[in-house]
Ligand binder design. Sequence first.
Ligand SMILES: [Mg+2]
Length: 271
Amino acid sequence: MTSPDKIAKIETFRVPPRWLFVRVETEQGIVGWGEGTLEGHTEAIEGAYKDLAERFIGWDSDQIQNIWQHAYRARFYRGGPVLMSALSGLDIALWDIKGKRLGVPVHQLLGGRVRDRVKVYGWIGGDRPSDVVAGAEARRAQGFTAVKMNGTDGIGWVDSPALLQQVVERVQGVRALGLDVGVDFHGRVHKGMARQLAKVLESVQPLFIEEPLLPTQPEEIADLAKLVSTPIALGERLYSRFDFRPYLERRAIDIAQPDVRGVLESAFGSR
Ligand SMILES: [Mg+2]
């Protein structure tokens, strides 16, 4: 058996305006890259990587599971956006290294690719009505057939039905261009208004509504799922399969949106 190729270096690189990449190098000179971006919290992630570097330099770079388990479990605090984004980036880099060592794409190590093509949507913002149509036209010109937009900017705990109607009209404006539309509430809308907004939006048939409430509200989102026919999407602020659990148990969401930096590794394998 060959001797283990140990982790020699773990370094981070900021890429403005908001990305953070991690570069892992082994003693035999194999380099793997991962992403640990957590928008608006770059320094916190850099701090997390300092800790991960102290702990895992010298470990066998092939033991991805072992490293993941130790990083996740061997301290009192676990989970959450900072620790999981950093761990996910390290994990991606280690898979990159393993793929390079074995000379295969990482998907081959995870069961082989499933698709040759995947449908995507483009983000168009959406707080201001004029921006929405211009943004949607630009996306259409790029070849997109679907876009995602903000539901609404600020909205009071109890607010005018006219505001809700404006959201419907903005979505209608984009649908009129022949595009399908996902509407992201960003968890900004209080429950009473979110319920109404979700209800009135049904008439313009969004592809889905995203984070109709905060990701701390699985019960309330489950209630909402019973009220509307529109598929409910959520997951970019859930950081492990454990965080997804209450949503799945309550059948609260139709579309899980795991963010690769936070949750993907923990969704794989037998953890
Ligand atoms: Mg979102």
